[in-house]
Design a protein around this ligand. Structure first.
Ligand code: MIG
Length: 817
């Protein structure tokens, strides 16, 4: 976007008065930056210099170089923390804070070679500060050059193989494999609209997964400063001054990571995607189990101006028999965009509205922005000033910047007292019965006419006692707003699971909130982009995300809306949302056949709830994302690494959305194994390209051989069995009340193939009673000759096969297909 376009788009949304505030703010910010900005340091790059001394410490080692200190410390045998100083250590906002049992480690120093090792990992430290990471079998996973310090910045280079796949970094816009690109890690609102290639956007996480044909690793830089990850640069030699680096003297690619401040601290985990996410989940925490309703469909729009609008929309869903789980109130409900206010004229009885909708099974979610309007007659602002809750300038004055309400003050969420105070304000919404809270603009964003739309870097923050400026605190702001909200909801409603939705965040956000991908443009390219965005978020530890269906900023036609809706049915977060001023897009506004198609997918989503809920349980237990790249179960199939036009939901379902206008078939790079067509009887064999049929009403959907897929139907649970062609299989089903913290249960359905028989074995654990009156079995792809229930043969007339309880069902058949 050109500056003029940006300005016009800005004015369209923010209006003339805020346009002026934006201009004057931009001037003020530039002045502050000039007044308080640090002199650009022309400092020469500084290397660690020679190793002068090293020693063992419990769990690792310390290395004293001429110009730097290095500490290696094992948190687990497959998780090592590396800390280079000088530089401030980060406040531990990302970390889940669990205690790690002490690790047996060894320290070797032969005078020539130094390393620390655990059973699963060995880190070699060269004379000049170059590091090498080897797995338990002695395979080199990563080679690092000595880090370089320039002023307060760190520059960190490491080896990058030409065929290496790179994934993660939070919310990205350029597809799944990040190799070859350059990415900034600085949370930023792309001003109401972004598409493929925009960088950075709202939610950055300085962590990535590296895959190589012979193995992979995961690395998390615990550094919240403005930074850059460059996976496209070329170095003449890597480890040129390293003794242990061997003889790689040819031109080689390298990755180059830069942070503008702080200590260079990072965590290294060897292994493939599943293992890495498990360990990373332990380090930064996993997502709590959400309330079950959150996995249903959400309807939203910026521009539902009144309670009447909301009632009408909900009535439309009822009338058209479209299942609806939640409706969102955007900034329209507030008094002049003042947070924690409700406009009594347009929303005269919020508790009444919420209660009426609750009777229809629809939850209400309300938006909150961090900016507090500068208005002496506004209670929140007044209190915030009195209690000293807002971010200040170095002069001691409260900082103000323009956002929706006009000039605003910004709570300093890096201060525990501010988090507590802010959290108390949620009562006005919680008392009205609001079920969930949606946190917007928390990068935090301000309106600017030029330059970055952020707070001036000179703004001060408490950083939980460490104190610092906005450069130190910026990337934590959204994370900590969610921490405040989460803690408030936990305290106010101890019997309920908090549900928060956030636009920004940082490593560990999953402990508090879900994410949506913000203001996507309305285009086919953005539809495609969204897959890589959500997959990379998942590989960065954020299991719950999803796009605005149809894109945020434009008006999709029926076909784009339909294809987007089909794709979003399989996204963790499933919401229709749009910008004010765009065409309305409730499903019925498109007429037929769109209405019938959306109904079909809304119903499919509802049927999938037990499966989705089980994946939510897995995310909580193991840290796995709900949707996964095709390489998740096949990390060595290098041809899958860049595939971002398809994904799996859990391990059972492979989703291959249509991403091209007019297309009625599409091809797919199928991972190895056998795959059943969800819609028909065809079985495909991978690896290889397959062509799938995709009439407008159909999104190609495949089921992995060996899967047992639980679908919830009106009469109970249906188990769809996709017999393994070889080996075994099975499926899990987690159930509980869907809310609160009571008991749960886990039902596991194992499939065992033995000669000409397939056995389904039901294993049960947990206190919660099985929530379905009966189970109906559907066997796909095979014709059973006889069926045995817990040892006795059933008459073959039973169709469908409905059972109350069983231990073991045996299907016998004549020959394999
Ligand atoms: O500057 O609240 O991404 O979902 O509708 C725009 C109005 C502010 C941005 C969010 C979008 C929301 C909109 N918000």
């Amino acid at each position: 976007m050109s500056a003029i376009e940006k300005l016009l788009l800005g004015l369209r949304f923010i209006g003339f008065a805020n346009g002026l505030r934006t201009l004057s703010f931009s001037l003020q910010r530039d002045w502050l930056e000039w007044r308080y900005g640090e002199e650009p340091k022309r400092a020469d790059p500084l290397w660690p210099g020679d190793l002068q001394e090293c020693r063992a410490i419990p769990g690792g080692g310390k290395f004293h170089f001429q110009n730097a200190e290095l500490e290696l410390f094992f948190l687990a045998p497959d998780l090592v923390r590396v800390t280079w100083q000088p530089g401030e250590l980060p406040p531990p906002y990302a970390l889940a804070g669990q205690a790690w049992p002490a690790v047996e480690s060894e320290f070797h120093d032969t005078g020539m070679v130094r390393s620390v090792s655990s059973e699963q990992l060995e880190v070699f430290v060269a004379e000049d500060g170059g590091l090498r990471f080897l797995d338990g079998s002695g395979k080199v996973l990563r080679t690092e050059s000595p880090p370089q310090r320039q002023g307060a910045s760190w520059v960190h280079r490491s080896s990058l193989l030409p065929q290496e796949g790179i994934f993660g970094l939070g919310e990205r816009t350029t597809g799944l494999d990040l190799h070859g690109g350059r990415y900034r890690v600085w949370n930023m609102d792309p001003d109401g609209n972004y598409g493929p290639g925009t960088d950075p956007i709202y939610l950055n996480i300085p962590a990535y997964l590296s895959l190589k044909p012979e193995g992979g690793y995961f690395i998390f830089y615990e550094n919240g400063h403005d930074g850059e990850f460059d996976f496209g640069s070329v170095a003449d030699r890597i480890g040129s001054t390293q003794e242990t680096a061997g003889t790689e003297t040819e031109r080689t690619q390298q990755s180059k990571v830069t942070f503008k401040g702080g200590a260079l601290r990072y965590y290294f985990i060897p292994g493939g995607p599943r293992h890495a996410l498990e360990r990373f989940g332990e380090l930064v925490g996993r997502a709590p189990l959400p309330p079950r309703w959150a996995l249903g469909f959400h309807q939203s729009r910026w521009g539902y101006r009144t309670a009447e609008d909301i009632r009408e929309v909900v009535a439309g869903f009822e009338q058209h028999e479209l299942p609806l789980s939640a409706i969102h109130l955007d900034i329209d409900y507030m008094v002049g965009f003042r947070v924690f206010t409700v406009d009594e004229e347009r929303f005269p009885d919020l508790p009444g509205l919420v209660a009426d909708l609750a009777r229809k099974g629809v939850k209400v979610v309300t938006i909150l922005d961090p900016g507090v309007k500068r208005d002496r007659n506004y209670e929140i602002y007044k209190q915030g000033r009195e209690k000293d809750m807002f971010c200040k300038l170095p002069s001691g004055g409260v900082f103000h910047g323009p956002v929706w309400p006009g000039n605003c003050a910004f709570p300093d969420f890096t201060d525990p007292q501010v988090r507590a105070w802010w959290g108390e304000q949620y009562d006005i919404l919680l008392d009205a019965g609001v079920a969930g809270i949606w946190h917007d603009m928390n990068e935090p964003a301000v309106f600017t006419a030029w330059g970055m739309n952020r707070l001036p870097l000179a703004v001060r923050h408490a950083l939980d006692g460490a104190e610092g400026d906005h450069g130190d605190a910026h990337n934590f702001y959204g994370l900590l707003m969610n921490r405040a909200g989460y803690e408030a909801l936990r305290a106010a409603r101890p019997e309920q699971r908090p549900w928060l939705l956030s636009r920004s965040g940082w490593a560990g956000l999953q402990r508090y909130a879900w994410n949506w991908t913000g203001d996507t443009e309305t285009s086919w390219a953005a539809l495609h982009m969204t897959i890589g965005t959500v997959l990379n978020l998942g590989l960065s530890g954020i299991p719950y995300s999803g796009p605005d269906i149809g894109g945020f900023s434009g008006s999709p036609d029926a076909e784009l809306f339909t294809r987007w809706f089909q794709l979003a049915t399989f996204m963790p977060f499933f919401r229709n949302h749009s910008a004010v001023g765009t065409a309305r897009r409730e499903p019925w506004t498109f007429g037929q056949p769109t209405l019938d198609i959306t109904r079909k997918y809304l119903n499919l989503r509802r049927r999938l709830l037990p499966y989705l809920y089980t994946l939510a349980w897995e995310a909580n237990r193991w840290g796995y994302p709900l949707i996964r790249p095709l390489f998740w179960r096949h990390p060595r199939e290098t041809s899958l690494w860049a595939v971002d036009d398809a994904f799996t939901l859990g391990d059972a379902l492979l989703v291959a959305p249509v991403l091209e206008q007019g297309a009625r078939t599409r091809s797919l790079a199928l991972p190895s194994g056998y795959w059943y067509d969800f819609w028909g009887e065809t079985v495909y064999q991978g690896p290889g390209e397959v062509e799938l049929s995709a009439p407008l009403e159909r999104i190609p959907l495949l089921v992995r051989q060996g899967a047992v897929l639980p679908l919830e139907e009106r009469d109970g649970l249906h188990l769809h069995i996709y017999p393994p062609v070889e080996g075994g299989g099975g499926g899990a089903l987690y159930s509980d009340r869907g809310e609160g913290y009571g008991p749960g249960r886990l039902d596991e359905f194992d499939l065992v193939l033995a000669g000409n028989a397939l056995e389904l074995v039901w294993r049960k654990q947990g206190e919660y009673p099985f929530p379905y009156p009966q189970v109906e079995l559907h066997l796909h792809g095979l014709q059973a000759e006889s069926i045995w229930l817990d040892g006795s043969e059933l008459t073959m007339e039973i169709d469908p096969l409905r059972l109350e309880r069983f231990e073991r069902v045996r299907f016998e058949f004549k020959a394999r297909h």
